[in-house]
Every structure is written in structure tokens, then in C-alpha cells.
Design a protein around this ligand. Structure first.
Ligand code: BG6
Length: 506
């Protein structure tokens, strides 16, 4: 193997976590219980954490360190996905957990926090390094950054980084405003905007697949690719998040971030190295090349949907407007589909169809790349040359990659039929993949921002979705327009039919 292989970057391979304290704001919340603590516990289980490691949980509820440990123990045991809960590992890990009550809107709380961080640092020898993780309401991000800065917590000895969860604003202007607030205290290079899709093994594997192999990249352009479909379907509804979701909607919740990031990963140019900013520059460049729809083009190239009630498998499923916390007249999109074009040399004229929705028939996230058909029908009516070659990258579940091509049916004559060549993650590697949060927390502690989104990427994605949001807002769509448990509104099928395409049924 060549020494110049860009994947041979020590930053990506030497994954030793330095000493640090992770301060989690919103330590009593759902994300901490379900994702953050189970991920940190897993890193402890894998012996990835340094001995100088601590977690300091902060939220408004008064609790002692021991009560916090107890609570987290229950959650970790409950939410660990596909891995064992080891009591011995836990008891060592639990000693690194601390807690303090504090209100983000109270400047005194940050002075108390500074004292507590110092105490934990002395006790656990965390090298003065602090990773702040904001697992709070986004409306509190500005105040949290200000409090951290005001108490001198952003620039003491050691490194300081801040992780924030989406949404990064609700449009371009508010995303910029949020960045400005964060930049009053943190440098952009210390701001880690998390997009958990980028942490998924299968999304990272897109880069390995494209740039670690010689045979696919020559085909990866407008000469051979006919169209690309990116689907993120969920069978669940809004799961008690009605109030948040009502304001967000599917376009903001999934396309603005996760799916445009996937599209960027599929369509970006290879970076010369695997350094964080080299990769992120290419992603950002791609996002900036997506054609921005004019208001007059929006309705032809995008489709919103909202699910209505249905009876599925003998049970009544409520429509979105009947979900708790949702307005009976809500105009929220629980489904969104759009056609995008990338205005560059590689992709000119190739449509990228993106769709996502709640209460669709199944949970599946995949990218399907359709290649051009054979240029000449050698086998005439016996062939099935209308079935194009398809490369499917399955992000979840049943993670893997399939290539569909035509094969001769056994027997006399030359009759063809599509068959598929499959790679399956689970059976090929036979080992557990880390969860997205394990990967991303580890990266943030190491200081590797490759899989985090940067301000310019967030802004470029808002610029893409904003005209769609603007036009949708002014329309009175006839919602609900798809029944729970179906593949979305018929207008989404019509959108593809106008280009001579059809959605895959994954
Ligand atoms: C979140 C969205 O970012 O991603 C949710 O806010 C969505 O609405 C979730 O359900 C999907 O993530 P995953 O990893 O389950 O595909």
C-alpha cells in the first residue's frame, strides 16, 4: 500500500483520547440518558478513555453526585444498544461522574461551575481540558456560551471545545446569529456542530467506498450516473416530540442537515488528504454548488406531505394533527421530497432526489445510484435492458451495499433478469460497529472535526432549503395528504415521473 494513501493519517488512526472533563449541560435530559452516557460508557468499556477523564453533568434539578451516578446507571443499562452492561466497568466509570445543579440563565451558576471544573480537574487530573456539550434547548445556546465566557471558562489552561446539537438556527439568518454568539466566546475551530448521521459507520463508509477503491470513482459522474435517490424513511411518528416537530417539519429536521450532508458525501470531490478541513472543504464546496431553486421553481421540484390517521396492522394510528402537543390545524410537513441539481462539471444535469418522512411503511435509509442503461439493446425483446444498473448503499438497517445488474436466466435462449451482488456489514465483519455518538464524542475529545459540520456548511444548507420553506409557508396545502403507513403523497411520485423516473420501493 502506498505511503501516500490519504487515509493513512495518524489523526484518524491513533485514536487515543487525551485527559479531559466533559461538561454536559442538560444532564437530566433525554439525549444524555439515551445517547451520551451510553456512548461514554462504551468508550470506557473499550478502554479508550484516559485515566484522567471526568463527566460533569449540569442541569437545574438538584441532585448529588451519587444520585446522578445511580440515575445514569439505570439509563446506561437500559439504552445500551447491542452491547453488554458490565458492572465492574461501570463502577470504575461511575467514579468519573460528577454533578452540579445550575441554571444557564444565572451567571452565578457559571462561577460555581468554574470552581467545580477546577475541583474535578484536581481530583481526576484532567489536564485542564474541557469539552462543553450543550444538550439543552437551542434557545439556550447563546446564553450558555456567554456564561462560559463570562466565568473565564473558555480560555483557561488546556483546550476548550463546545459541541452543539441541531437545530443550528431555523433559517439562514438565525444560523448566522447563532454562530456570531458562539464566536464571541469560541473560535470556529473549537465549535463542534454535531450531525449524528455523519457519525454513522455506513455514512463514513461512503468515503472509503468512493476513495479507497479504484473501480467506482471513474463511473461517479454524469457520463455514467443517470440519477441518485436518497431516502430516509421512518415508520415511527413524532414520538412525544410533537411540540418541537410542529415548528421544525421534515425539511428542517432531516433534509437541511442529515440528508444534504449525505448528498455532499456522495457527490463531493475527493480531498487530497484526510485532514479534517480538507474533507470539510470539499463537503462545503459541494453544498455551495447545489442549485438554489427560484421561488417559481419550488413547487415543481419539491413536495411536502403530512400524514393522516390510518389503521395499520389492526391498530388505529393517529394522524399528525391528532398527536399530543400538535395543533389541530398544523401545517407542518412530516414528509418532504425535493429534486436537486449540482451545478458543476461532474454532475451537470443529474437529478438528486431526496425524500424523508415519518410514518412511512418501514424504517430505511439508503442511497440508490442509478446508472445509464446499456447504449444498444443487443438482446432485443429477450433482454430486460430497461432495468438499469443500480448501486444501493444501505445506511440502515441491514447495513451494506448491493449492486444490481442483469444476468442470463438459466436455460435455452438469451433471457435476462436483474440479480444482485451483496455486501453485508454484519456478516462481513462480524463485529459490532460503534454508535454514531461513540464515534463523534471520541472525535470531539481528540479534536478531530472531520465529521462535524462547520458554519459555512450549515449556512450553505440553509441557503438550499430556505427558498423551499418560503414558498411552502405561503401555500395552503391540502393536508393531510398521505395516510400513515404509506409511501407519501402522490405528488412526490409525479415529481419524479416528470423526469421519467420513479421512486424505489426499498
Ligand atoms: C433526528 C431527527 O435528527 O434524527 C429525528 O430530529 C429523527 O426526527 C432522527 O427521527 C433519525 O435518526 P436515526 O439515527 O434514528 O435515523
Amino acid at each position: 500500500m502506498s505511503l501516500e494513501n490519504p487515509f493513512q493519517d495518524p489523526l484518524r488512526f491513533e485514536r487515543r483520547i487525551p485527559e479531559c472533563t466533559v461538561v454536559i449541560f442538560g444532564a437530566n435530559g433525554d439525549l444524555t440518558k439515551r445517547k451520551l452516557l451510553p456512548a461514554l460508557y462504551r468508550l470506557a468499556y473499550e478502554r479508550r478513555l484516559s485515566s484522567g477523564f471526568a463527566v460533569l453533568g449540569v442541569s437545574r434539578t438538584p441532585m448529588t453526585d451519587d444520585e446522578f451516578r445511580e440515575k445514569m446507571c439505570e439509563s446506561v443499562a437500559k439504552y445500551l444498544e447491542d452491547s453488554p452492561f458490565d458492572k465492574e466497568v461501570w463502577s470504575g466509570f461511575a467514579r468519573s461522574l460528577y454533578y452540579m445543579a445550575g441554571d444557564i440563565s444565572d451567571p452565578q451558576a457559571f462561577l460555581n461551575l468554574a470552581a467545580r471544573v477546577k475541583q474535578v480537574d484536581d481530583e481526576r487530573q484532567t489536564g485542564g481540558n474541557v469539552l462543553f456539550y450543550l444538550s439543552t434547548q437551542p434557545s439556550q445556546y447563546g446564553a450558555a456560551a456567554k456564561g462560559i465566557g463570562g466565568a473565564g471558562l473558555a480560555n483557561s489552561k488546556g483546550w476548550r471545545r463546545i459541541v452543539i446539537e441541531k437545530p443550528f438556527g431555523h433559517d439562514l439568518a438565525s444560523a448566522r446569529e447563532l454562530s456570531e454568539k458562539l464566536h464571541e466566546v469560541f473560535r470556529e475551530s473549537d465549535v463542534y456542530r454535531i450531525d449524528h448521521y455523519l457519525g454513522k459507520e455506513t455514512v463514513q463508509n461512503i468515503l472509503a467506498f468512493r476513495f479507497g477503491n479504484g473501480i467506482f470513482e471513474p463511473l461517479w459522474n454524469r457520463r455514467y450516473v443517470n440519477s441518485v435517490q436518497i431516502t430516509a424513511a421512518e415508520s415511527i411518528g413524532v414520538e412525544g416530540r410533537g411540540a418541537y416537530y410542529q415548528e421544525a417539519g421534515a425539511l428542517r429536521d432531516m433534509i437541511q442537515n442529515h440528508l444534504l450532508q449525505i448528498m455532499a458525501t456522495i457527490a463531493m470531490e475527493p480531498s487530497a488528504t484526510f485532514q479534517p478541513d480538507a474533507v470539510r472543504d470539499e463537503r462545503a464546496k459541494l453544498l455551495r454548488t447545489i442549485r438554489i431553486l427560484k421561488p417559481s421553481e419550488v413547487l415543481e421540484n419539491s413536495v411536502p406531505g403530512q400524514y393522516g390517521p390510518a389503521r395499520i396492522g389492526g391498530a388505529d394510528v393517529p394522524g399528525f394533527r391528532q398527536e399530543p402537543g400538535v395543533d389541530a390545524q398544523a401545517r407542518t410537513d412530516t414528509y418532504a421530497a425535493a429534486t436537486f441539481f449540482v451545478d458543476n462539471w461532474r454532475w451537470a444535469g443529474v437529478p438528486f432526489y431526496i425524500r424523508t418522512g415519518k410514518r412511512l411503511p418501514k424504517r430505511v435509509t439508503e442511497i440508490a445510484i442509478q446508472f445509464n442503461s446499456a447504449p444498444h439493446a443487443v438482446f432485443g425483446e429477450h433482454g430486460d435492458e430497461t432495468t438499469p444498473n443500480l448501486l444501493i448503499l444501505r445506511i440502515q438497517p441491514e447495513e451494506g451495499i448491493s449492486l444490481r445488474f442483469l444476468s442470463k436466466r438459466p436455460g435455452a435462449g438469451m433471457k435476462l433478469r436483474p440479480v444482485s451482488m451483496d455486501f453485508n456489514y454484519g456478516s462481513s465483519f462480524g463485529e459490532r460497529s460503534p454508535t454514531a455518538y461513540e464515534t463523534l464524542l471520541l472525535d470531539a475529545m481528540i479534536g478531530d472535526a472531520t465529521l462535524y459540520t462547520r458554519q459555512d456548511m450549515v449556512e450553505a444548507s440553509w441557503a438550499v432549503v430556505e427558498p423551499i420553506l418560503g414558498v411552502w409557508q405561503e401555500q395552503k396545502f391540502d393536508f393531510p395528504n398521505y395516510a400513515a403507513g404509506t409511501w407519501g403523497p402522490k405528488e412526490a411520485d409525479e415529481m419524479l415521473a416528470r423526469h421519467g423516473h420513479a421512486w424505489r420501493r426499498p
